[in-house]
Design a protein. Structure first.
Length: 295
């Protein structure tokens, strides 16, 4: 039997997952099907959308389908927990988001601070390499610990991390800095420079194409700034509570704190396509056309 809380969580996560998966699939389709949308930033946004899809889809076994099926036990259960039902791939997608947002901040910096050499910048010239490196980092960072320590727990009748307190403490603190503090510090520095150049620096009066390009850069930068800000607001509670669980496990009620923080990061993955449509005329137009099957 499910409690009222269980039912509420399943309804909330089902709604977030359906809306988020639909929106992120549409973002990928727009960029892949419309040649004019295949800009360097949008290509990275597709990778961000794919990482959001991983997070939304692979959280569903825990928060939507748990209790609706009997989880295998033994070796089969351990393998399923490590690969499919234990959130390993969900966190891989979530942590990849941090790296892709960092890549976007570097791309925006080159596009705004040095537009004349923008096409020759490392990020622009090596999009496949940048995307591959971001995914490789996320796989190494999250999947290896997941494969090593995620096991079926007979007591919980579901998946659990089976690791020593010292490993848990070390990994949680590394996550806090490597996936939270350090990327956001770098993004803050880069975007501060970008904001200064676009909105505060005195420039020679520009006309025609130059001014139109400047306006486009402002719009694109404003959009990714909002995406980054919401990401920070949604993810810092999760990585903070992860550290608290490791160092003071009895100080927080896990049955409340964990679903709440996962709901926040899932909401973040759901809301990104909405931000794109609200702040980008091109995305809005093409998403409408796709929804009406006119793309």
């Amino acid at each position: 039997m499910f409690t009222d809380t269980d039912i509420a969580l399943k309804v909330i996560f089902s709604a977030i997952t359906i809306i988020g998966v639909t929106g992120n699939v549409m973002v990928c389709a727009v960029v892949l099907l419309v040649n004019s949308m295949r800009t360097p930033m949008n290509v990275i946004l597709v990778s961000l959308a794919i990482s959001d899809l991983f997070l939304l889809v692979f959280f569903s076994p825990t928060f939507i389908f748990r209790g609706l099926f009997t989880h295998p036990t033994g070796t089969t259960g351990d393998v399923l927990c490590a690969v499919l039902t234990g959130e390993t791939l969900a966190w891989m997608g979530g942590y990849a988001s941090s790296v892709f947002l960092l890549a976007i901040s570097v791309e925006r910096y080159f596009a705004v601070a040095d537009p004349h050499s923008y096409g020759a910048s490392f990020v622009t010239r090596n999009l496949k390499l940048v995307n591959g490196a971001c995914w490789l980092f996320s796989i190494i960072w999250n999947c290896i610990p997941g494969f090593l320590y995620k096991r079926y727990d007979p007591t919980l009748q579901f998946c659990n991390m089976v690791w020593s307190p010292s490993v848990f403490k070390t990994y949680s603190m590394l996550c806090f800095f490597v996936l939270g503090v350090i990327p956001l510090a770098i993004m803050t520095v880069l975007y501060s420079r970008v904001i200064y150049i676009l909105w505060f620096k005195q420039v020679v009066v520009q006309i025609g194409d130059q001014e139109r390009q400047r306006i486009k850069r402002k719009r694109a930068t404003r959009m990714v700034l909002i995406v980054t800000f919401i990401y920070a607001c949604c993810w810092f509670p999760e990585i903070t509570i992860f550290v608290i669980f490791a160092y003071a496990p009895g100080s927080i009620r896990g049955e409340i704190a964990y679903p709440a923080t996962v709901a926040l990061v899932s909401l973040n993955s759901m809301i990104n396509p909405i931000i794109y449509s609200l702040h980008s005329n091109h995305f809005r137009v093409h998403l409408k056309r796709l929804a009406c099957c006119r793309l």
